[in-house]
Every structure is written in structure tokens, then in C-alpha cells.
Design a protein around this ligand. Structure first.
Ligand SMILES: NC(=O)c1ccc[n+]([C@@H]2O[C@H](COP(=O)([O-])OP(=O)(O)OC[C@H]3O[C@@H](n4cnc5c(N)ncnc54)[C@H](O)[C@@H]3O)[C@@H](O)[C@H]2O)c1
Length: 335
């Protein structure tokens, strides 16, 4: 039995492929490489010691999906393939709706028609928008504030409706803030454009490829004034997908799970920990708040612990240390 992993050459997808292969599962990656480098596939083949099956195609291409399902005995789908930038989605909303919705619809249709029993969707904490209460639970109201967030909420709804009318089990994984890299340093996050998340930018400053970090506001109502997020190691996240795939939640079911650590960490705390881990100074300037940034967000992950038997195991310094190892491997500029 084989799992189709769309977006499997991307950041979270590639780490999940490693976790899946470690359990002995067969995997087929489908990726259009719009946001991934082909070199990731070589790294994955070396890490997993398998001749990974990789198809270069659009996840909304029904002919390609049917061909893969027919020829590879696909019994489950993990769907990562999507555009994922909040600011970009505000500038180009229709490109986001087209890519994220068309791929999910196509895969859900194929799953129903071909009797595929399990579907795991990459969703995001952005579906909650500004949560009224912390920690955020799966029953918190959904109020996404960007086109990207809206696409994730719609994809969740598509799968919930598809599952209600079939034997499909869909698991909707709402990630908080994935960071880190595989401990080998062989795969990690390679932002193809300008990185927008805190940790990749902090690491560029530590590496010397960027002169300073900009901290967007230190006047939030938090203990040190900077925003607070729930950072999760990408390998913990990857293992969460394995747990989601293996969980028996029953047919006709669609269930959402928060994947985070349940711990909130401020920007200043990240900067201090990164400086310790890398043994480098991280100079920063405090600038104005960035529109749309939430003051604080962290997850209640008890549902995943109880129903999936999963909880995050790795702490912040391990996330930063693994990210740093990967970056140093990537760059010849650092001794
Ligand atoms: N990284 C995060 O901070 C984060 C947080 C919450 C949710 N997510 C979600 O997790 C998933 C994976 O995120 P990531 O950080 O690994 O992103 P990524 O961009 O690294 O990976 C996505 C992969 O999908 C591919 N892709 C995009 N559209 C495609 C299409 N139509 N057909 C085939 N391949 C396509 C890209 O080439 C890329 O390899 C996304 O759905 C994202 O929305 C990510």
C-alpha cells in the first residue's frame, strides 16, 4: 500500500516523506517544483535509502492523479501542495484560490472515485484568525483574515463534506509555526524568495547573509512586548502526519487537530536562544508593527495527544540547532 504525498519536495512534505519511509511505507511524491529544488529529491533518496518514486505534475491535474493512483495502488493521500504566503495571497488572491482549491478538489474527487480511504490535509493555525482565547483549541471559531487562510478553511470544508458522504477518513492538521530541519542537516527549509518567517531571517543574520533582524513591534501586550508564537520542530510535525495516517477515526469522519507544542515563545526569546545555539550575535532593530500580525498564539494540543497518540517531543534549542546545521551545510561562506 502506498501513500501519495503531494508537495513532498517542499519543506514539511520532505521531512514527512522521511518519517513515512522510516515506518516502511511506500511513498509517491507528486510536486510541480514551483517552490522546491530538484536537489531535494537526491537528498531524500540518500536519506531514506530508497529509489523514491517522484512525479513532476500539478496536483490539480486529474489525468496525472488518476494515472498515479491506477499504477501505484494508492491507499492514502497526504496533501501538502499549496501556495502558503499570507502577504502574497493578499496581493494575488485568485492565484491562491485557484491553486489551493483546485488541487484539493481534484484530489478529493479522485479519492472518492477510487475508494481511497484516508486523506490528511495540511491546514494551518491561520484558520483561527485572531483567537479570542488562548490556548487555541480546535473548537475555537474559524475566522481567517487572509485569502491564504480562507483557502485553508475552504479546503477543510471540502474534505469534511466529502467525508460525510463516503467512507473517506479525512484528518485536518492545523500547524502552528514549523521550524528546524532534519538532524542530518541534509534537508531543511530553502525559501526560494525572501524569507518571511522569523527563524529563517534570524538564522540569516547569524550566518551573516543579512545584517540585521527587524523586530516588528515591541509594544504588544506580552511580557517582553514582542509577539508570541508556538514553534514546532518540523520532525515533530512530520511524525504527526504518520500518526494521523495511522489513526482509526472511523469512516465518514473528518477531524481537525492542532499540531504545536502548546508553548508560546516571544521574538526576544527566539533571538536569545538562536544567539546561544549559533554562538553569534544577532543584531536587531525594533520597527513598527506589521499589519495583520497577531499579538500571541499558541495551541492546545490535547486532542492530538488523546486521539492520535502524538505530542511534540523537541524543544526550541533543538529546532534552532537543527536549522543552523542545515544552513551551514548549505552555505560555504561559514567555516
Ligand atoms: N511552513 C509553514 O509555516 C506552514 C504553516 C502552516 C501550514 N502550512 C501548509 O503546509 C503545506 C506545506 O508547506 P511548506 O512550508 O512545506 O511549503 P513548501 O512551499 O515548502 O511546500 C509546498 C510544495 O508544494 C509544491 N506545490 C505547490 N503547488 C503545487 C501544485 N499545484 N501541484 C504540485 N505541487 C505544488 C511546491 O513546489 C512545494 O514543493 C502547505 O499546504 C502550507 O499551506 C505550512
Amino acid at each position: 500500500m502506498t501513500t501519495l504525498v503531494t508537495g513532498g519536495a517542499g519543506y514539511v512534505g520532505s521531512h514527512t516523506v522521511v518519517a513515512l519511509c522510516a515506518t516502511g511505507r511506500e511513498v509517491v511524491i507528486l510536486d510541480d517544483f514551483s517552490n522546491a529544488k530538484h536537489g531535494v529529491v537526491d537528498a531524500l533518496r540518500a536519506l531514506t535509502r530508497t529509489q523514491l518514486d517522484v512525479v513532476e505534475a500539478d496536483a490539480a491535474d486529474r489525468v496525472a492523479i488518476d494515472q498515479i493512483c491506477r499504477s501505484r495502488n494508492i491507499d492514502s493521500i497526504i496533501h501538502f501542495a499549496a501556495h502558503k504566503s499570507v502577504p502574497e495571497s493578499i496581493l494575488e488572491p485568485l492565484r491562491y484560490y485557484r491553486n489551493n482549491l483546485a488541487s484539493t478538489l481534484t484530489l478529493a474527487e479522485a479519492a472518492l472515485e477510487r475508494g481511497i480511504a484516508r486523506f490528511v490535509l495540511s491546514s494551518s493555525a491561520v484558520v483561527y484568525g485572531k483567537a479570542a482565547e488562548l490556548p487555541v483549541t480546535e473548537t475555537s471559531p474559524l475566522a481567517p483574515e487572509s485569502p491564504y487562510g480562507a483557502t485553508k478553511q475552504m479546503c477543510e470544508r471540502i474534505l469534511a463534506d466529502a467525508s460525510a458522504d463516503s467512507r473517506l477518513q479525512s484528518v485536518l492538521l492545523r500547524y502552528f509555526n514549523p521550524v528546524g530541519a532534519h538532524p542530518s542537516g541534509d534537508i531543511g527549509e530553502i525559501p526560494l524568495g525572501e524569507p518571511q518567517n522569523l527563524v529563517p531571517v534570524v538564522m540569516e543574520v547569524a550566518l551573516g547573509t543579512r545584517s540585521k533582524l527587524q523586530i516588528f513591534g515591541d509594544d504588544y501586550n506580552t511580557p517582553d512586548g514582542t509577539t508570541i508564537r508556538d514553534y514546532i520542530h518540523v520532525m515533530d510535525l512530520a511524525e504527526g502526519h504518520v500518526a494521523a495516517l495511522e489513526a482509526n477515526l472511523g469512516s465518514h469522519s473528518s477531524r481537525a487537530f492542532n499540531l504545536g507544542t502548546g508553548v508560546g515563545t516571544s521574538v526576544h526569546e527566539v533571538v536569545r536562544a538562536a544567539s546561544e545555539v549559533t554562538q553569534r550575535e544577532i543584531p536587531f532593530d525594533v520597527v513598527g508593527r506589521r499589519p495583520g500580525d497577531l499579538s500571541e498564539s499558541w495551541a492546545d494540543c490535547r486532542r492530538a495527544a488523546t486521539e492520535l497518540g502524538w505530542s511534540a517531543q523537541r524543544e526550541l534549542k533543538q529546532m534552532l540547532g537543527d536549522h543552523w546545521r542545515f544552513l551551514r551545510r548549505q552555505s560555504r561562506r561559514v567555516p
